[in-house]
Design a protein around this ligand. Structure first.
Ligand code: HEC
Length: 293
């Protein structure tokens, strides 16, 4: 039969199309990402490689199977804008009139004149926010439009913005994870900065979180007899978790590396790909980038 060439062509196109879609397109999108001065309003390079100990910690994280219960990716459904009044100016009458005209402060307009900066409207779209900010400015006040990412993950406090490919530039392998038995850890270094908290939590999760279903990782610690004096590294363990008298629990190097890795997990840099206004930014340095549409 003579359908041999047709079969060949069909197979060729099927493989070629999947190669374009699965290999070439991702390569164009993220394959050439590199460290850049991409952090909004600073000259900082982002991301920076993890310190050596944290890189070892990534191996411990991988070996212990933490990714079976934890993801490292924060999603977001969009951005909204908050209008924050930073300075009431001197023409209070005009400001109050503007506030009342935009449907605010009818009951107690005076509340906007003190304890600034104070958000006057939240959850607006860009046009509405710009309109209100311009109106406030023409009343002699100063107002900022702050870009706030929103979504279920952000509402849970797992991050301030979505994670983007650049966040993982120096991780190999990337521990994205897919199952969320526990919280997302992409930004845990910011959320839980205390290394001792992590050590105690790894040794006995229920010590830190009541009824935690997370398994304890005792093999990352050793129990040893106290020598001349207790080690400054020994965990402070109360009651039922305490070792027998004369003994102490000290973290192994693997535990330290793992905690260094957890502490290095932070995705709070303000990037052009994931616009937001840094919460602690001084008024003059708030982001001027427009939200992605
Ligand atoms: C069987 C599932 C499971 C595994 C495996 C697991 N965890 Fe967890 N983890 C949880 C759950 C559930 C919580 C929430 C309760 C708590 O905080 O203890 C949690 C909480 C945490 C938290 C606190 C996060 C927060 O925002 O409060 C950290 C940090 C953490 N886990 C790290 C790890 C590390 C590191 C490993 C691997 C050594 C690991 N987990 C393995 C289920 C798991």
């Amino acid at each position: 039969m003579s359908c041999g060439p047709l079969v060949f062509l069909a197979a060729f196109f099927a493989f070629a199309a999947s190669w374009f879609g699965l290999v070439l397109a991702p390569q164009f999108q993220v394959g050439r990402l590199q460290q850049e001065t991409n952090v909004v309003n600073t000259t900082e390079l982002y991301p920076s490689a993890r310190p050596g100990l944290a890189r070892q910690g990534l191996e411990v994280y991988r070996a212990a199977g933490c990714a079976a219960c934890h993801t490292e990716q924060v999603g977001q459904t969009g951005t909204v804008c908050d209008v924050v009044l930073t300075d009431a100016g001197t023409n209070h009458a005009a400001l109050i009139e503007t506030l009342i005209r935009s449907g605010l402060g009818r009951s107690n307009p005076g509340q906007y004149l003190s304890e600034l900066p104070k958000p006057v409207r939240q959850g607006l779209n860009k046009e509405e926010a710009d309109f209100l900010a311009t109106a406030l400015k023409s009343a002699g006040a100063k107002a900022d439009v702050r870009i706030v990412p929103v979504g279920p993950d952000i509402a849970r406090g797992w991050g301030k913005r979505r994670t983007v490919a650049e966040d993982y530039l120096y991780d190999d392998p990337v521990m994205l994870g897919s199952l969320r038995v526990g919280p997302d850890l992409a930004n845990v270094g910011v959320r839980l900065p205390d290394p001792n908290w992590h050590l105690r939590h790894l040794y006995a999760p229920r010590l830190e979180v009541k009824d935690s279903p997370m398994p304890p990782y005792r093999y990352l610690f050793t129990m040893r007899r106290i020598g001349w004096q207790p080690s400054p590294d020994a965990l402070q363990l109360p009651g039922e978790f305490a070792p027998p008298p004369g003994f102490e629990i000290v973290p192994k190097p693997e535990a330290r590396a793992l905690v260094a890795y957890l502490s290095s997990l932070r995705t709070d840099a303000v990037l052009f790909e994931a616009p937001m206004t840094a919460p602690s930014a001084p008024a003059a340095a708030t982001a001027t980038n427009t939200p992605a549409k």
